[in-house]
Design a protein around this ligand. Sequence first.
Ligand SMILES: NC(=O)c1ccc[n+]([C@@H]2O[C@H](COP(=O)([O-])OP(=O)(O)OC[C@H]3O[C@@H](n4cnc5c(N)ncnc54)[C@H](O)[C@@H]3O)[C@@H](O)[C@H]2O)c1
Ligand SMILES: [Zn+2]
Ligand SMILES: [Zn+2]
Length: 361
Amino acid sequence: MAQQVRGVVAPGRGEPVRIETIIVPDPGPGEAVVRVQACGVCHTDLHYREGGINDEFPFLLGHEAAGVVESVGEGVTEVAPGDFVVLNWRAVCGQCRACLRGRPWYCFNTHNAAQKMTLEDGTELSPALGIGAFADKTLVAAGQCTKVDPAAKAEVAGLLGCGVMAGLGAAINTGNVGRGDSVAVIGCGGVGAAAVLGARLAGASKIIAIDLDERKLATASSLGATHTIHAEGADVVESVQELTGGFGADVVIDAVGRPETYKQAFYARDLAGTVVLVGVPTPEMRLELPLLDVFGRGGSLKSSWYGDCLPSRDFPMLIDLYLQGRLDLDAFVSETIALDGVEAAFEKMHHGDVLRSVVVF
Ligand SMILES: NC(=O)c1ccc[n+]([C@@H]2O[C@H](COP(=O)([O-])OP(=O)(O)OC[C@H]3O[C@@H](n4cnc5c(N)ncnc54)[C@H](O)[C@@H]3O)[C@@H](O)[C@H]2O)c1
Ligand SMILES: [Zn+2]
Ligand SMILES: [Zn+2]
């Protein structure tokens, strides 16, 4: 039978979010209902609220979540009621051109639940990134549930579902950082700080953190940055070069996503180095670079979608490393809040006061 639970809904462009009663249908074929235990507040939720993603209001926000599978629909074999799972927005199809070529982390046809969750009056909700986890329970495609070791705390595990995975993956998957590499990370919010952690995990010997906020630089240092650059008033490119024997870093990760930070990343990398863009630009942004420099500096210019992660491969492995004390994911949980604290958490995020506020249920 369909259930009524509480959920955080963005009713219209720029309007404050509200807690509403939402209707969660029983899982149909290939679907699962998950009892949410924790869900982090991500910048993308705010983008949805502001109409920056699309106009399909009302949205059911929340997408960085962990919880327990309550029920599954017909034909679901990969998870069962009682499983502790991290929700992902890359339930791969296995059949698109990327999947068929053995590159499922690029899957172009990822799965979401076929049925809709609704408001009490029947209005269909658009779940953020096909998840919608600022809710006591949510309906997803079973492939969006990745089983991990239940010994991990839900408020930490859930963060792998979006921003932390995006940053870790930008370093270890997209940037392919290796032992002895020098890495610079521009912007050390939740995503950039995770990129610092990923660079350390991958064996980088020099990790340069760059931000406009001292608090973010301090966190980056605690996560493994060997050097920091306060970007205000500094020549970021020259500073990175000075710290790397005059040459630039092997891998530079832009976790801000603006033309000026991208240019810094482009010129702060060594010849034949790699730039990874993980920050998301807005539609009006333009980039101008001498094409000769693009050619002459060689290397690779890459974008990182969701850290090029494959949830089934990466989530359980990262949780295991966390439980072994080899990956400090606790540092990302700045505060835990209740479901009615999401609007205030947006404000704190806007002022740079937190890496992550996490709703716990
Ligand atoms: N590619 C993906 O799959 C993916 C996934 C999640 C988030 N993101 C994107 O990653 C970006 C970062 O997300 P976040 O949660 O870390 O945001 P955040 O707001 O917490 O962090 C951004 C950081 O950049 C710093 N900053 C801003 N301008 C700067 C500049 N000119 N130079 C140096 N530092 C600067 C800020 O002080 C802040 O610490 C966002 O654009 C977000 O949308 C991408
Ligand atoms: Zn696919
Ligand atoms: Zn997110």
